[in-house]
Design a protein around this ligand. Sequence first.
Ligand code: CTP
Ligand code: MG
Length: 557
Amino acid sequence: KNIDNLCFKSQSKHNTSSVAVKSEIAQRKDQTDTIAERNPFYVLQEERLEQAERSVLINCPPKTNEKKFLKHLSSHGEINTCFFYESFGTYALVEFSKKESIASLQEGTIIPSIQHEATVPFKSRLVSLKLNNPGDLSSVPSSIQCLRQSAIPINELVQRLSGADTIDQQLYTLTETYQLTEDNVRLRFLVCSLLKDIAAAYFPECTVKLFGSSVNGFGKLGCDLDMFLDLDGISGRKSKKTAGPFTLEYQMKRVSSERAATQKILSVIGECIDQFGPGCVGVQKILNARCPLVRFAHQPSGFQCDLTANNRIAIKSSELLYLYGSLDARVRALVFTVRCWARAHAITSSIPGAWITNFSLAMMVIFFLQKRDPPIIPTLDQLKGLAGPTDKQLIEGHDCTFVSNINRINTTENTETLEQLLKEFFEFYGNFSFSKMSINIRKGKEQSKPDVSPLHIQNPFEQPLNVSKNVNQTQLERFVSLARDSAWILQQDGMSHPLGAGAQPWGLAALLLPSASQTGGKGKKRRKREPASERIKSLLESLKNNKPNSANGNGRR
Ligand code: CTP
Ligand code: MG
């Protein structure tokens, strides 16, 4: 009862200042609107990070009464959003309207008293809700509805896809089913912001940014969290000497190279995450990698996290993918589909190794779409040509300039359906000259391979690098063979339409079923597939003989 009274008091106190809050939000919006004209990708990041700073993560007992919980929390101020999910217990992400509410909540939060152990008194925005009088609340049936934060299993997806009417609809359904949800994105930015609090103990002006599939528009529920510790604000790159006779300069440790500095910083931050970071487990410091990183699992969110530093080019490639994904709905649908297809057939894996990565697959889809006639998306050089003065960016000697304003890019006249594109994608890569050619999205043209790596995809910004250097011949061959199989399956009669209630999976759903090569290549299974292989051979023969009319985009432009 006391708690309730408190809530009402603070809420009414809060209400009196709501006009001020509104004008603050309007002001903030004005500011961001002007940034939005400059670069929507960064505005999105800034807005999300700002939201995250006003948020907390609360571990709740299983039978928490949502209404009472919210009432209790609103004693710290107005709540914008709250949702529950499961990850090693029930958690609530609570976003307040104002940052001050966090301070108020933390002020009222106590340090746990533990009998046989001790605690590291690092206060974070990850807290636990304790029932003062367990008998009281636990008698109330749980009213919490938990939102799912992981993708549905593939067999459920296959069923869902079988219920669609067209292959195009299947691709869009897959995208909608797998893409990150609004609350999952909030959770991702909150974890990023919690990490910033740890790093800020040493570097108060640092920011931690998200890149990779969490922000590039191609993220699937459950994908890893790629973070980047940005110390640019304190690196002095932008500071100038003051006028007058003197300038004060910080005394700082000197190290042999930028890389050595990055390794030292990540080593210490990694240690802090390991020793003080609540919920962070399995911390590994992988400092000798080309791009040094700290890898760990964040249990309260369930995310596998990679923290890097000094990695601004990767943010640019995330921005580029985001831009491509925003240009035409078919881009995201095809990338999601190809990624899902690759995962279903174990062409990609969550374990690092010689497998093709999701990033490489996105590059391959982009390249394929650039090669359509007419092209569905422009080349990176064309995007560079459209750049305005504020888009110019040189990072570590690499030209990362490209247009950020989507309105400057003409929409495509290509009207191909996703069904056509999916078929042609498989045919294109089923016949691509991987042994001689490199994939280059900057030029939108294949080029002679500069080295002997089986799969060569030029890094769009660091041009001497191969994005898929890790891929070996066996994995590339598996990709090509599955692409050919899938092209063949889609050519079969009845594959373009549902076959009636209770019938076999068709279209995209059929492509996601396990293949013979994946089921271990045992004699029995192989034999079953032989007729298919024969027909694929003849299909390929006909493709070869028909080169000018075929789907082989190599000769198209
Ligand atoms: N990256 C890169 N070159 C590589 C690998 C990765 O530039 N050879 C950058 C890309 O910007 C990529 C990001 O690092 O988006 C994160 O890499 P990764 O997590 O492997 O890929 P994601 O795009 O995040 O895809 P996933 O869903 O598999 O995590
Ligand atoms: Mg990733």
